[in-house]
Design a protein. Structure first.
Length: 376
């Protein structure tokens, strides 16, 4: 027997699943085609081990047998059901009789999940988009329109606005900048690009510092660039030398600090001094350099690892190698750190652009397959 919500006069049951589509399939099998989808929300902590979503379904008493009993009831069952649906209005949508396929998203959340956005974030955006549509219909018509009645363009527009509201961009640098990040993420290349675009192109003096004394070639790479740019270069082997190099740069100069690529192991073994230094120097604008092609779970791990440096911003590279901005958006939203610059290739200095909301949201919205079906 299903639990009953006496006020709504519905049997109510929550499904904890990894996708809303999965919950709909389960509810159709267990509760039959008359089950009503009442609500979706991120699963509370006690249910989260079963799935990221709590999807709530309701079933009118007597409808468990597929509605056969409802047709013979004394009260007009259709009218009764309509009344209840009016009461809970926009939250209620009926599960269609057609087959549910995994490739056909049934909610904004499913579409965002398909696009690669973190599950909890996708569910939160879904709820926020529903709220936006409720507000919109209340303002426009004085009544709340069922969410399934909205045209796809409006749903898409509200989804894009909601995505844009969940992250920030700050495409600028402080006077003293450090780039940190995992090996090969593009720190040195981005540093040179910044030296040109933020320094020399703005007729500003630039001072380059490398702290990568572990690999001769790494420091030599930066030193060569410094020579080409006509900028002073210092190899700082200790944090004391680093502090001295920063202090000895001219007061108006843009100081750019390159760091070694750290893994979890090397960061623990040899990165402690540098991370402690960066943490203690709030006047240093530290950007965490990340590859846009990294799998979301790995990206999250790297971001958490480099939290020891207290980075102020995220700088993404390799945007030329992926059409997806889902990982960029997911981490920018999760960490609430602004996006600073995007590296879009190997060419110095051209392949660097200021981070923009449009670049992130437009790619994401393009990935939403059938927004018209998103809130069916
Ligand atoms: N396609 C592409 N390649 C890039 C981008 N940024 C950097 N690269 C390339 O990636 C490689 C590594 O770049 P580096 O700047 O040396 O990376 P790093 O983070 O300094 O590397 P380590 O110092 O070894 O940790 C080089 O071949 C770069 O040309 C980018 O945005 N797109
Ligand atoms: Mg490097």
């Amino acid at each position: 027997m299903l639990p009953t919500d006496k006020n709504a006069r519905l049997f109510v049951k929550s499904y904890f699943t990894h996708s809303i589509t999965e919950a709909i399939e389960q509810a159709r099998v267990e509760m039959g085609p008359d089950a009503l989808l009442l609500n979706t929300r991120p699963a509370p902590p006690e249910g989260a081990h079963q799935g990221e979503y709590e999807v709530v379904f309701g079933l009118r008493p007597g409808a468990e047998d597929g509605g056969a009993r409802a047709e013979t009831a004394a009260v007009d069952p259709v009218q009764d059901l309509r009344k209840q649906m009016e009461q809970i209005r926009e939250m209620v949508s009926r599960i269609g009789a057609g087959p549910v396929t995994a490739s056909r998203p049934h909610s904004v959340a499913d579409a965002l999940l398909n696009a690669g956005i973190a599950p909890r974030l996708a569910a939160e955006i879904d709820l926020a988009v529903q709220q936006r549509l409720r507000n919109r219909s209340a303002i426009q018509t004085g009544r709340i329109k069922s969410i399934g009645d909205w045209d796809p363009a409006t749903v898409l527009q509200e989804t894009e606005s909601e995505i844009a509201s969940r992250f920030t961009v700050l495409p600028e640098t402080g006077r003293i900048v450090a780039l940190v990040g995992p090996p090969g993420s593009g720190k040195t290349t981005a540093l040179i690009k910044l030296a040109v675009t933020q320094g020399l192109a703005a007729r500003r003096r630039v001072h380059l510092i490398s702290t990568d004394h572990y690999r001769i070639a790494a420091a030599a790479q930066l030193e060569t660039y410094a020579e080409i740019l006509g900028a002073p270069f210092t190899l700082a082997e200790t944090t004391t030398a680093l502090a001295h190099a920063i202090e000895s740069a001219p007061a108006e100069a843009l100081v750019l600090i390159d760091t070694p690529g750290y893994t979890a192991v090397s960061l623990e073994e040899s990165g402690g001094d540098l991370t402690g230094f960066l943490r203690s120097r709030q006047d240093i604008d530290t950007h965490l350099v990340l590859t846009a092609t990294t799998r979301l779970a790995d990206l999250r791990r790297v971001v958490d690892l480099f939290q020891s440096c207290l980075p102020a911003k995220l700088l993404f590279t390799h945007l030329d190698e992926t059409d997806s901005t889902a990982a960029i958006f997911s981490e920018a939203a999760r960490t609430e750190k602004p996006l600073s610059f995007f590296s879009t290739g190997q060419v110095v200095p051209e392949d660097l652009e200021p981070a923009s909301k449009a670049r992130v949201t437009q790619s994401l919205v393009l990935e939403l397959p059938q927004p018209c079906e998103a809130v069916a």
